[in-house]
Structure formats: C-alpha cells, structure tokens
Design a protein around this ligand. Structure first.
Ligand code: HEC
Length: 158
C-alpha cells in the first residue's frame, strides 16, 4: 500500500518537473529573442536619431508654420493622454522613467509597443484610451520607451 502511494507520488513529482523544464526553456527563448531584437533596433534607431538631430534646425521652421493642425509630439501626446496611467504606474502600467519596468518591453521593438497601445493590452484600452491618431500614439510610445532607456527616433508623419 505504501509502495503504491510512493509510486503515485513519484509519478506526480515527475509530471511537475516535466512541465517546469519547457517553461524555463520558453522564458529563456523569449529573453534571447528579445535581446536580439534590441541590438538590431538600437543600431537602426540610433542612426535615425542622429539623422534627426542633424535635421532639427530645418524642422523648427516647419513646426511653427503648421502649428495648430500639426500632430502632437511624443511628449505632448504623452501629457495629454498617457500620463493619466503611466505617470504613476496606475493599473499596473509600466511607470514613466522606470527603466526596470520598460527594459523587458523595449526589446520587442517600437512597432510591437505601438501595436499594444493601438489594440489595447490587459488594462490598457484600445488606442490607449483616447482620441489620438495612430502617429501620435506611436510617438508617445517612443517617448515613453526612451524615458525608460530606449533610443527610438520619434516616428515622422507623412
Ligand atoms: C487606462 C490606463 C492607461 C492609459 C491611459 C495608457 N496606458 Fe499604456 N499601459 C497601461 C497598462 C495597464 C499597461 C500594461 C499592460 C500589460 O502589459 O499588462 C500599459 C502598457 C503600455 C505599453 C507597453 C506595451 C507592451 O507591449 O509591453 C506601452 C508601449 C504603452 N502602454 C503605451 C501607452 C501610450 C502611448 C499611451 C497614451 C497614448 C498609453 N499607454 C496610455 C495602461 C494605460
């Protein structure tokens, strides 16, 4: 009887181990993939950021000319709509400027982060809960990710 119970218990333990190993593998793979994405993104985004810095003098004039109808910058969009949750980390959102909270997300790339904000994710509603354009949402996502340690260039409009 006690042998039978032992067998049952051992079987149970093995089943649990069997589950745990693939899970560790999946997490490791996710970290690995995330790491690769980050390296590739950074070099491209850094080049874009440098190009943007060089263009900045010319851009200022344009912005003044189109003020009013121009899409919001990342900072403006963030203040208008994202700060409501992300300034304090409300509802479990990654807090603005919290590098530890943003690091694992940044690896997914700006397109994936923007997609989460546009489609919604868990407690974050679609379009990040407001009336910003897709461009403005992506700029706000870049702005927030950058404050958390990323180096994404602010997405440009057409
Ligand atoms: C109503 C609260 C709320 C508002 C407003 C909000 N967010 Fe979020 N956001 C969240 C929460 C909660 C999460 C965490 C989702 C998760 O990973 O479970 C999140 C996560 C994110 C992420 C990480 C997504 C990922 O894939 O890891 C990005 C990027 C983001 N928000 C961008 C934005 C932007 C840009 C805005 C404004 C345009 C915004 N959020 C407005 C609640 C909000």
């Amino acid at each position: 009887m006690s042998n039978f119970a032992n067998t049952l218990q051992t079987g149970h333990t093995n089943a649990r181990r069997g589950l745990t190993l693939p899970m560790i593998g999946a997490v490791g793979l996710a970290l690995l993939l995330g790491g690769c994405g980050k390296t590739a993104n950074n070099s491209i985004e850094e080049e874009a950021a440098t190009a943007q810095r060089l263009q900045r003098v010319g851009t200022v004039e344009l912005k003044i000319a189109t003020a009013g109808g121009a899409p919001k910058t990342g900072e403006q969009a963030f203040q208008a709509q994202c700060a409501a949750c992300h300034a304090s980390g409300a509802l479990g959102s990654p807090k603005f400027g919290d590098a530890a909270a943003w690091a694992p997300r940044i690896g997914a790339g700006l397109a994936a982060l923007t997609n989460s904000a546009l489609k919604g994710k868990n407690s974050m509603p679609p379009q990040a809960g407001g009336a910003l354009s897709d461009l403005e949402v992506s700029r706000a996502a870049a702005y927030m990710a950058n404050a958390g340690g990323a180096k994404f260039a602010e997405p440009k409009g057409e």
